[in-house]
Structure formats: structure tokens, C-alpha cells
Design a protein around this ligand. Structure first.
Ligand code: 4AD
Ligand code: MG
Length: 460
């Protein structure tokens, strides 16, 4: 008999004489002449209730149907007698596919998230993590739907690169040189003898490659893993995370901000519509205000303020910040959260940052002081999107490179884009995990990624 996924069994529109489900035992209750099994196969949050009569084939193994055991059950799908669900299964045959040892750690409920991180190989079987990873799957699909509906072309940008797009020096090196005895010239490692004949790294952003393709295919996006060797042990930073980076030719900062806002709202709407069951768990156990907040964000335009205005608001704030505020500083998470959570009480797009604190590729504004950058900040998280209009003028770009101590030789191909049919263009990066935190209310980035990579931690 073919397997029916539990989500389809529970969503059935009729009784079924013969059905087979396969999954893991969530709970078992025994009475004299039958047992109740709750089975989950990860396709939805709800377990299917199964009545196993003592007389059926396989019942002699019922003591092995303990929490965590893998089972295959054949039976009839019938209207449920109990409350809460429409269908249940009356088993006609029970097979224990894989016993679960008595030491199975998820027998008890209510483990802390910290403990569950230590058993990242088992936590997807818990209710919470099942919900997180189903929503993650849907969110990923919604990302593609959004861009495909708008004629953006998906580009697979490389994971190994030789340039530091963000210029922050937070690069993981990729090398095949002998770590104990690398070749050297004048006391320095000779990377010309390395695999790619030059220093190579894991990418910190697919933007530069996306720009190349936008300057040919008009509207493109990348969606890939991103690596940053930054030693920030916070609830919002991971060293490996996923980023979506659209890039649009013939587009300026306003168009960029419009797209970012439309994108964030589209993703929220999609999850509200398609992940109701999973969201209900987050609303109940993770963040009571979640659903209202998501609906609130959907209904209103994001506030837009310039960096200068944002600094003024922060200076006026009746509040002591750990990091002092003045014109020219990078906004810290406490500042971002003040703006979005306390002052505006909604998402905020901050634009036009001082050029000194932003990377070389951003377009210098007419004031000569700021660049056409923008960040979208959301309550509970802070920065979720970072983007900009790019410098499309060859001479200005050369100046930017100089100011950032970068050489024209290293960026000859990037300069070429400005030589051959240059055009205003703009794009941004959305942190996929941060977006997932926002739609689920889960407070730590380690709990929305299958296997978190953070300083000092990469067990699995
Ligand atoms: O602001 P960032 O550094 O922008 C860029 O990388 C640009 N090249 C994007 C572009 O214009 N194409 O990063 C973009 C977003 C941030 O807003 C944040 O959501 C996420 O990526 N992000 C991180 N997420 C998790 N862990 C980290 N360490 C992150 N660093 C950035
Ligand atoms: Mg940023």
C-alpha cells in the first residue's frame, strides 16, 4: 500500500477504508484492550490519533511503540470521536520500523532552546522546530515567487570569491596550502602557489556578481549562503547565513526602497496565508503578540527617515544608550530598535548614510557627504535589509576605490561595467534568517537555521 502523509490524511474529505501512514510515535496511552498512539511525520504540526486494538497483527510489539519509535500503520481513516480533530485511524496492522532507545531525549516536553541546540540532530522532531523548518521552507518558496512574478532572473552567484564586497575584512579563507608549512616569500605566505593562484575566500555577498548580471539581464536576484568571520556573539548574527540579493538596472534608491518594502510585506502576507497552523504555535508559545504585529506591519507604510533625521531623533530621545550617538556613527542595534520599536512603532527605512561608514560601491550623493544607502529596520530585530544605489559613474567609482584603499587592478571588471553602457542601478540584501525570526517571533538566529555556525560552535 502507498503511504499517505499525515497532513493529507488529516485534510481528507472522506473516510478511507485502507490507508497507510508512517511516522514517529509522539505519545502512547494503553488501556486494557487497546492503545492510543499519536503519530507525527513532520508534514504538519498536528499528530494523527490512532486506535490500535489488542487483536490486530503487530499488537504484540506495542511495548516497542515508545515515544520516538518509527512505525508504519495500516488502517481505516474514520471520523474522530474525540475533540480537536476530524479524522483518526483505526489500525488494522502495526509495524515497528525502528525502536527508540529509552534514552531518547525528547520524551519529556518543555526542554530549553539552549538544550535543544545541543541536540540539533533531534530537535527537528520537536513541535517548535518542525514549525520553524516548515515555515523556513515556505518562506524560501515565497522569495522565489515574489521575484519570479516580477520577471527577476535568479542568478547562482559563486560561493568562492576573491573579492571582499563589504570591505569589512570578515573573510573565511579558502586554501589548500599546508597549514603547517605554507610556501613563503619574504616571510609572507605565497598565495600565488595556492589552489586559485591568489587569495580566495567564502563569499560575504553575491552583490558584485549580481550587478554584473543586472547590467545584462535587467532585474536579477541571488539567494545563497553567505559567510562572515565576524566575532559577534549575538542573537542576530550567524557566521553562515542565507541572503537574498536583488539587483535592478535603471533603478535608483527610491525604487530600491519601494522594492524592499513590497518584498518584506509580500513575505509576511504569504506566511500569514500559508502557514496558519505553524504560526498558531508561535503565537501561543513563542510570542503572544506575533499575529497582531504581522498584520499591523502589513497594513501600514514603512516610515522613511534620513540618517540625519534618525540621529536627531536619537539625540532627542529620553534615553541613555550604551553606545553614544552623534553624526557619523554606525547605528547600533539599540539605536535601531529604539527607532522602530519605541519611536515609530513600525518598520523604518533609514536612508542616506555618511559615506565614511559605508562600502566603496555606494553612490555618492550630490551633497558629497552621504551615499545613497538604505537599511530597513523592524521591531524586535533591527536591521533586516541593507542596500543602496550603486556608483555608476566611472570617475566617482575610481575615487571611491582610492578612498577605501582598493586598487583599480583588482576591480577592473567592476570598472568595466561603468565603461560599457553604465546605468543607474540599485539593490539590497535581505537576511533570510532575520526575516524568519521576524515572521516566527523566534528570538535567536540559532533557532531558525538547521545547523548554526557561530563563534566557537560548529558541531554538526
Ligand atoms: O547590510 P549587509 O551587510 O549588505 C550587504 O551585504 C549588501 N552587499 C547587500 C546588497 O546591497 N546586495 O547585509 C544584508 C543583510 C542585513 O541587513 C542582515 O539582514 C543580513 O544581511 N546579515 C546577517 N544575517 C545574519 N547574520 C549575520 N552575521 C548577518 N550580516 C548581515
Ligand atoms: Mg548592513
Amino acid at each position: 500500500m502507498e503511504r499517505t502523509l499525515i497532513k493529507h490524511a488529516l485534510g481528507s474529505d472522506r473516510e478511507q477504508d485502507a490507508i497507510r501512514i508512517q511516522g514517529w510515535v509522539s505519545t502512547r496511552r494503553d488501556s486494557k484492550s487497546f492503545s492510543f498512539l499519536e503519530i507525527n511525520d513532520g508534514t504538519c504540526l498536528t499528530n494523527i490519533q490512532t486506535v490500535v486494538d489488542a487483536g490486530i497483527p503487530g499488537y504484540d510489539q506495542i511495548h516497542d511503540a515508545s515515544t520516538g519509535a518509527a512505525v508504519c500503520i495500516d488502517g481505516r481513516l474514520v471520523a474522530s470521536q474525540g475533540k480537536g480533530q476530524a479524522w483518526e485511524i483505526v489500525a488494522t496492522q502495526l509495524e515497528i520500523v525502528g525502536r527508540s532507545d529509552d534514552s531518547y531525549p525528547l520524551q519529556k516536553k518543555g526542554h530549553s532552546l539552549e538544550y535543544l541546540r545541543e541536540i540539533a540532530h533531534l530537535r527537528p522532531r520537536s513541535n517548535l522546530f518542525g514549525c520553524v523548518f516548515r515555515v523556513r521552507n515556505r518562506l524560501s518558496q515565497a522569495v522565489h515567487n515574489f521575484f519570479q512574478e516580477r520577471d527577476f532572473i535568479h542568478i547562482h552567484s559563486p560561493i568562492i570569491t576573491t573579492s571582499d564586497c563589504e570591505g569589512a575584512g570578515e573573510l573565511f579563507r579558502v586554501t589548500t596550502l599546508d597549514p603547517v608549512d605554507p610556501p613563503k616569500i619574504d616571510g609572507q605566505v605565497d598565495y600565488s602557489q595556492d589552489f586559485f593562484a591568489r587569495p580566495a575566500y567564502l563569499t560575504v555577498s553575491g552583490q558584485l556578481e549580481a550587478e554584473i548580471f543586472a547590467c545584462a539581464l535587467s532585474n536579477v536576484y541571488t539567494f545563497g549562503p553567505t559567510f562572515r568571520a565576524e566575532n559577534s556573539n549575538t542573537s542576530r548574527h550567524a557566521n553562515e547565513f542565507w541572503m537574498i540579493e536583488p539587483e535592478m538596472a535603471f533603478c535608483d534608491l527610491n525604487g530600491d526602497m519601494d522594492l524592499a518594502e513590497a518584498f518584506v510585506k509580500y513575505l509576511i502576507k504569504d506566511i500569514l496565508e500559508n502557514c496558519q497552523e505553524d504560526l498558531s504555535l508561535f503565537g501561543k508559545f513563542v510570542d503572544k503578540g506575533l499575529l497582531e504585529r504581522l498584520k499591523f506591519v502589513l497594513e501600514r507604510p514603512f516610515q522613511r527617515v534620513s540618517y540625519t533625521e534618525a540621529i536627531e531623533l536619537l539625540l532627542k530621545a529620553d534615553r541613555k544608550f550604551e553606545f553614544p550617538i552623534n553624526y557619523g556613527v554606525n547605528l547600533q542595534s539599540e539605536h535601531e530598535r529604539y527607532l522602530t520599536e519605541e519611536h515609530f512603532k513600525c518598520p523604518v527605512t533609514v536612508f542616506n548614510y555618511p559615506k565614511e561608514i559605508k562600502p566603496f560601491y555606494m553612490r555618492v550623493s550630490d551633497d558629497g557627504k552621504t551615499v545613497a544607502a538604505m537599511d530597513v529596520l523592524v521591531p524586535g530585530i533591527g536591521e533586516i535589509v541593507g542596500g543602496s544605489q550603486r556608483e555608476e559613474r566611472l570617475d566617482m567609482l575610481k575615487e571611491n576605490l582610492k578612498r577605501h584603499n582598493l586598487t583599480e587592478e583588482d576591480y577592473w571588471w567592476y570598472l568595466d561595467l561603468r565603461k560599457f553602457g553604465t546605468t543607474p542601478h540599485a539593490g539590497f540584501g535581505l537576511g533570510f534568517e532575520r526575516m524568519l525570526m521576524f515572521v516566527t517571533g523566534v528570538a535567536n538566529i540559532r533557532d531558525v537555521i538547521p545547523f548554526a555556525r557561530t563563534p566557537g560552535s560548529a558541531e554538526f
